[in-house]
Design a protein. Structure first.
Length: 330
């Protein structure tokens, strides 16, 4: 059964208006933290509408958070400063403006100087054309940079992950697997349910997985909220009676994709003050017609939450579901 698995992996790197040049010969390790980008540009262009357009894209909000947080932190240097250790930074944007560029475009390189690394060279003939092009494809630029970070995290999780959680998921969900960071050790289980977590003094990071028979209304917003709240009420109660983890329906975004449904929103502890962001992915396993939900959520009062939730979200894309089930729970 476990040799025959359906691999569910996210589709990486948007193809719109991107020209790729892959180089993998260099294996020096890259530097920098996730969701930080180095921008290389002549000072005159950085101070112009061209540089402001790039800064505006990188400063754009991460979706569905309690408070506004920018998508990427960034630092600007000139081409003359782009040497040595600067070439080792994991994520780089290069502003290239020259009259010889007859058509604006983005040239994408993977691992040109180190690994893992992504370099986006944005080319245009003048500042105005550059800015208009960046504004037009701002979504694709952010998506490409975010998916690079996701993919990097996924590869890291495949090499190092929590064996405790993996073993529990395999047992409870009949051969399924999900890779979580090694620091996830606390596990609570229920009927077709698992909750894994790790906590520090200021941050609580959480993962839940549950399963139920598929229904014609499975992927509607009302059905999702009702099912999620009932599962959470049963399995993640609060410290007093009537308190449980619930869904904030006032800020919910459900997206139907090719092989899954993605839900982003905010959770609230009903009857208490706690809350934060969550991301859910819903899949149907055609072999047993069951829905598998994998979700991450964080609680980090008085701290930025965007990179915490994005770091955990990568685990959702490591889900593997057995194609052939010995046990049909329907």
């Amino acid at each position: 059964m476990r040799k025959n698995c359906l691999y569910i992996i996210c589709t990486l790197l948007a193809g719109c208006c991107l020209s790729c040049n892959n180089q993998t010969s260099l294996t020096l390790p890259s530097s920098g933290r996730p969701y930080e980008t180095l921008v290389v540009s002549e000072t005159a262009y950085w101070d112009s509408i061209a540089g402001r357009s790039v800064a505006e894209v990188l400063n754009s909000d991460i979706s569905i958070l309690p408070l506004r947080e920018r998508s990427f932190r960034f630092m600007h240097i000139t081409p003359q400063q782009f040497d040595g250790t600067m070439k080792m930074v994991r994520s780089i944007i290069m502003i290239k403006i020259n009259s010889r560029y007859t058509k604006p475009r983005i040239v994408l390189q993977r691992n040109p100087y180190a690994a893992p690394q992504i370099v986006l060279a944005i080319e245009a003939s003048d500042e105005g054309t550059f800015a208009r092009y960046v504004n037009k494809y701002s979504f694709q630029i952010i998506k490409t940079l975010v998916q690079f970070e996701m993919n990097t995290k996924i590869l890291s999780l495949r090499e190092k992950h929590s064996g405790v959680v993996s073993q529990a998921i395999d047992t409870i969900f009949d051969g399924c697997s999900v890779f979580l960071p090694q620091e996830f050790h606390s596990v609570k289980v229920g009927d077709d349910f698992l909750w894994a977590s790790t906590e520090t003094a200021s941050v609580s990071q959480n993962f839940v997985m549950y399963s139920y028979p598929a229904d014609t209304k499975t992927f509607t917003e009302d059905y999702f909220v009702a099912k999620r709240d009932s599962v959470m009420k049963r399995n993640i109660p609060g410290r007093s009676k009537g308190v449980y983890l619930s869904t904030d329906v006032s800020n919910l975004h459900l997206l139907q994709l090719k092989n899954r449904t993605e839900v982003r929103g905010l959770w609230r502890m009903k009857g208490d003050y706690m809350g934060g962001p969550f991301v859910s992915q819903l899949y149907i396993n055609p072999s047993n017609h069951r829905v598998y939900v994998v979700e991450v959520f964080v609680y980090a009062p008085d701290r930025p939450k965007g990179n915490l939730i994005r770091g955990l979200e990568a685990s959702l894309f490591t889900l593997k579901m057995p194609v052939n089930h010995i046990k049909d729970k329907n």
